[in-house]
Design a protein around this ligand. Structure first.
Ligand SMILES: NC(=O)C1=CN([C@@H]2O[C@H](COP(=O)(O)OP(=O)(O)OC[C@H]3O[C@@H](n4cnc5c(N)ncnc54)[C@H](O)[C@@H]3O)[C@@H](O)[C@H]2O)C=CC1
Ligand SMILES: O=c1[nH]c(=O)c2[nH+]cn([C@@H]3O[C@H](COP(=O)(O)O)[C@@H](O)[C@H]3O)c2[nH]1
Ligand SMILES: [K+]
Length: 504
């Protein structure tokens, strides 16, 4: 006979936290959001931790290289999407690993034969007024000259004037050698009153620029997540098909952690994928698996060697898996159940396998709830898709700026793993939608607000760390009537944008 769970499956909005005693030390500035990403033995330190409990979803509309850089700066990890060719994904990982704060690879470059008209067209296209003239017209060619807007007067010059006639030639350029520190580069910029300092290799090739205006922007990211070589930490998705080719490419590109990206992880496919990675790399390659929604699924993946386990089926904002396939579970219940099994597993084996609550975070406080219920960190798609750093375009709709956001199981994602099942067997239905989300500006500003709320709620619960929150949290179910009580009610709102139920 079929098994029936005795409890209904519930979601985050059905719960609230009841405050506990807050001592005088319990202030947001003292809260640490540090959390483990990969499994560790009792008494040992995890090989990878984050400074904030947030990772970005393995999705085309969310996690490219810009998200990788921006999120690591804030202390979290982006998982570069897997639904793209291997080399292209590896290149995104490399771009995050090679990124050096303040050192910008030139994207506006000219050849000697180009003209003033080319300069103007390039400026129009990239929006940048500092241009390198190189032998091959690339950002890493041999540096022959520089063009800035101070070098030409559009009203007085013929558009066909070659750049060689008005550029600053190489011998007059102030530059710095490769390996110059950011501090030293900024000193040169100030001493010579420059706007941009080219960094040039021993053989005269342009490496990057340091711009004066960048000086302030990379001071003060106290939570940024760096590897042992001071490069940003980045993750990448894999699938249970082409792992023998994809995993080596991603490892070689420098990915710090991988995750098998699937709607459903309690399968022979994931077991084989994990076994292959362990046989080839032992424990040196870190890989999460999922998704599961109960203790049984968790134990299976933990036994298969997963470094962390991802929880959540059908709760995502663009998900229609529950509607199309009838699989899934309320996200709060899934997290609570899996967390209980994770704790039991830890008791029994001495191995702590972190869990990630994936999907369905709508309000900022849902993150705090997920942590209180036992999640070690949360994966968010919709949330991150709204910021400048997501790879999608910003569009003006009905007077408001929106960003596009679509599911990995939607037709738009053209996810060949789903559709190419070999021979005539193809997945013929969609499990996700294509949508708009309200544009939300810069990631750093949005995360600052979100995490301020998380820290503040933790203080209400008397907790300065995530483990302490889990220990002290008192959670209550709320009735549907009291949910109405929790929003602004029985008043006429003057400004509808300040309503109590606005989504973050
Ligand atoms: N978290 C969620 O609720 C959901 C997430 N998604 C997202 O959509 C994307 C695609 O997910 P899925 O369709 O579940 O991808 P998937 O690749 O895990 O599964 C697609 C199909 O391929 C089969 N399969 C997997 N490995 C195989 C192998 N080696 N040989 C033969 N068959 C194999 C699976 O059993 C399944 O029928 C992912 O990005 C996922 O995160 C989609 C639906 C729900
Ligand atoms: O049913 C689904 N169809 C899809 O096409 C799809 N694409 C992504 N995902 C999952 O949703 C998570 C992101 O959820 P949020 O937008 O709520 O943060 C992601 O992290 C995924 O787990 C999908 N689920
Ligand atoms: K299964």
């Amino acid at each position: 006979m079929a098994y029936f769970f005795s409890e209904p499956s519930r979601t985050f909005s059905e719960y609230l936290l009841v405050p506990g005693y807050s001592s005088a030390e319990c202030i947001p500035a003292n809260v640490s959001l540090k959390t483990p990403v990969v499994k560790y033995r009792r008494g040992e330190e995890p090989a990878l931790t984050m400074n904030v409990p947030m990772v970005s979803a393995v999705m085309q509309a969310v996690s490219g290289e810009q998200m990788g850089i921006a999120l690591a700066k804030e202390g979290g990890i982006a998982f570069i999407y897997v639904s793209q060719p291997i080399e292209q994904q590896a290149e995104m990982v490399r771009k995050v690993k090679n990124y050096k704060a303040g050192f910008v690879i030139s994207d506006s470059n000219l050849r000697l034969g180009d003209t003033l008209a080319d300069v103007l067209a390039l400026k129009e296209r990239t929006g940048h007024s500092t241009m390198a003239v190189t032998d091959d017209g690339t950002g890493t060619g041999r540096l022959l000259g520089l063009v800035t807007s101070r070098d030409y007067r559009v009203s007085r010059m013929d558009p066909s004037t070659p750049v060689s006639q008005f550029m600053t030639p190489a011998e007059k350029i102030v530059s710095a050698p490769e390996g110059t520190s950011l501090k030293a580069a900024n000193d040169i910029i100030w001493d010579h009153k420059l706007n941009a300092l080219p960094i040039v290799s021993d053989d005269g090739h342009l490496v990057s620029f340091v711009f004066r205006k960048d000086y302030d922007s990379h001071k003060g990211n106290p939570l940024e997540l760096l590897d042992s070589q001071k490069r940003y930490v980045v993750g990448a998705g894999i699938n249970s098909r082409d792992y023998e080719d994809r995993v080596p490419a991603l490892v070689e590109a420098g990915a710090d952690v991988l995750v098998i990206d699937s709607s459903e992880g309690y399968s022979e496919w994931q077991k084989r994928t994990l076994a292959w990675i362990r046989s080839r790399y032992g424990d040196t390659v870190k890989v999460g698996a999922g998704n599961v929604v109960d203790g049984e699924g968790f134990r299976f993946l933990a036994d298969c060697g997963a470094d962390f386990v991802k929880v959540g089926i059908g709760g995502g904002s663009i998900c229609i898996t529950r509607e199309t396939k009838g699989i899934g579970r309320g996200q709060a219940t899934a997290v609570i159940d899996v967390a209980a099994e994770r704790d039991k597993y830890f008791e029994e084996t001495g191995v702590y396998v972190p869990i990630c609550a994936d999907g369905g975070i709508v309000q900022d406080y849902h993150i705090t709830l997920a942590l209180a219920m036992g999640a070690d960190f949360c994966m968010l798609g919709r949330y991150f898709s709204r910021f400048d750093e997501s790879p999608t375009s910003k569009v003006l709709i009905g007077g408001s700026y929106m960003k596009e956001y679509w599911g990995e199981g939607s037709a738009r994602a053209r996810n060949w793993q789903r559709y190419d099942l070999g021979g005539a067997a193809k997945l013929s239905f969609e499990e996700g939608v294509d949508s708009y989300v309200p544009y939300a500006g810069k990631l750093s500003d949005g995360m600052a607000t979100t995490l301020a709320k998380v820290r503040s709620t933790m203080c209400n619960c008397g907790a300065l760390t995530i483990p302490e929150l889990r220990e002290k949290a008192k959670l209550t179910l709320v009735s549907s009537v009291s949910i109405v009580e929790g929003g602004a009610h029985d008043v006429l709102l003057k400004d509808t944008t300040a309503g109590g139920n606005q989504r973050s």
